[in-house]
Design a protein around this ligand. Structure first.
Ligand SMILES: Nc1ncnc2c1ncn2[C@@H]1O[C@H](COP(=O)(O)OP(=O)(O)OP(=O)(O)O)[C@@H](O)[C@H]1O
Length: 449
């Protein structure tokens, strides 16, 4: 099955060719032989067929095309990615050195993002507790905080911290069996094992490792057999004092359809959250990236980015990459004027976002891991009706619409149903801090300013 980048690869290359005027000769020599090997946590591993163009190709591709590829990928995918190049001639030995003999999500130093280490992780008030907890776990795996549950919004450094733990552990003890996997990958492997009747093998693989890092666990909620399998994997590892590190975009108590027994397992360990970085931390992250990438950028430009991109570090970094590319390609000085021009589609300070019921439905549905159609439906189960009442409350609070209009927009509901929903959530916010926090998080997602 093709991954999302492979699916769009032709489009990405076409964009690059037309936008940056690449000639046919350059395309056929350097770009055509590139193959997307793997995509994980916003890192694309690209295979260079050096048997055809020779090992020096790595330098040429890095110097001439890496940045263009990054910018083109971001344009097409609407999301920034890091790129890692691997020579096909080295691939065989990388595969041979893999620590875990099956599956393609094994973690070996070669497959960890080399940049995601404790050294490159900028510490600020928003993440210092999570970082300290991650370091403590890396120093004493299985001994103190088990599981470690790291949670926080999109692009705030959860994966970076998880990879940092894995790097640290493997540096200390290269024989440790460390496995990093997204919960989506875990689910797909399980489905595959069930179909091929290889579940014994699947279990052996997952239950024989020393450190399991499982990213974005929120995607297993609602998937019963995956939860069941994960529950047993968790118990086996936990009982034999092997370390489990989990990440999620929200704390366990906010995963409404997560099985209670899993929730209580998760809450049993240490929970550490990562918040959005403050201005100083955003500046420090930009400076770190500037240093790592060898850029030299005016303070004024960095301040412009840090002031305007607040809630997602991936976007913050993407903005920096974009202005550097823009200045190189247009052969213009990298100053504030250029930054404003290059980032106008990301930062538009004067444009006010229009908040509609549909936008609120999309964000609330995503948060609760249900579909927008569920919100508009007649389903009365709590897993659906509660998020729906939150939508009603948020529509009332964040839009100018009347209760009748809100009812109409949410699947032709009566205005009295909307009034009841709004009242219920208002009361819950008063008496339950976790609902209060959920609503706060949702408001920030809907209206980040
Ligand atoms: N404190 C930090 N210092 C330096 N870089 C950071 C920091 N936090 C995040 N980043 C960078 O921001 C980008 C996004 O981080 P990461 O992928 O770890 O986020 P995430 O929370 O796992 O996101 P998602 O919710 O999408 O899985 C990465 O390039 C990462 O290196």
């Amino acid at each position: 099955m093709k991954n999302i980048i492979e699916e769009k690869w032709d489009e990405i290359l076409q964009y690059l060719i037309s936008e940056y005027g690449i000639t046919d000769v350059s395309y056929n020599t350097w770009l055509k032989p590139l193959k997307v090997y793997d995509v994980k946590d916003h890192v694309i591993t690209i295979l260079i067929n050096d048997e055809r163009i020779g090992p020096p190709s790595l330098n040429v591709i890095r110097n001439k095309y890496e940045l263009l590829l990054k910018v083109s990928i971001e344009e097409i995918m609407n999301d920034p990615y890091e790129i890692k190049f691997v020579l096909a001639s080295q691939m065989e030995s990388i595969e041979r050195n893999a620590k875990i003999p099956s599956g393609d999500n094994k973690i070996v130093p070669n497959f960890l993002n080399p940049r995601y280490t404790f050294d490159t992780f900028v510490v600020g008030g928003n993440n210092e507790f999570a970082r300290a907890a991650a370091l403590a776990v890396a120093e004493n795996p299985g001994e103190i905080y088990n599981p470690l549950f790291i949670y926080g919004g999109v692009g705030l450094g959860k994966t970076h911290l998880m990879h940092s733990i894995a790097h640290f552990v493997l540096n200390q003890n290269p024989d440790m069996k460390v496995l990093y996997v997204t919960s989506e990958k875990f689910t797909n492997e399980l489905i595959d094992a069930i179909q091929k009747k290889t579940t014994t093998h699947f279990r052996e693989k997952y239950r024989s490792i020393d450190i399991l890092l499982i990213d974005d666990i929120q995607f297993i909620i609602g998937k019963e057999s995956t939860q069941e399998e994960f529950f047993h994997t968790f118990n086996t590892l936990h009982e034999s004092k092997r370390q489990i590190i989990i990440s999620s975009d929200r704390p366990p108590k906010e995963m409404l359809t997560l099985e209670d027994r899993l929730r209580s397992r998760f809450e049993h360990g240490l929970m550490a959250d990562i918040q959005s970085p403050d201005y100083e931390t955003r500046m420090a992250i930009l400076k770190k990236k500037e240093e790592l990438d060898g850029y030299s950028i005016d303070e004024e430009v960095l301040k412009y980015i840090a002031t305007n991109i607040k809630s997602n570090i991936r976007e913050l970094e993407g903005a920096l990459t974009k202005i550097v590319a823009f200045s190189r390609l247009k052969k213009r000085e990298l100053n504030l004027e250029l930054a404003i021009e290059a980032l106008q589609d990301i930062i538009s300070p004067n444009e006010k976002k229009v908040i509609t019921p549909d936008l609120i439905v999309d964000i609330v549905a995503e948060h609760f891991n249900i579909s927008p159609a569920d919100i508009y439906s007649k389903d009365k189960s709590r897993a659906i009706s509660y998020p729906r009442q939150i939508v009603m409350y948020l529509c009332r609070r964040l839009t100018e619409l009347s209760v009748t209009e809100i009812g109409k927009a949410l699947g032709n509901r009566d205005h009295s149903t909307v009034i009841h929903g709004c009242d219920k959530i208002s009361k819950d916010i008063q008496k339950d801090t976790s609902i209060h926090n959920t609503v706060d998080v949702l408001i920030k997602k809907i209206n980040p300013e």
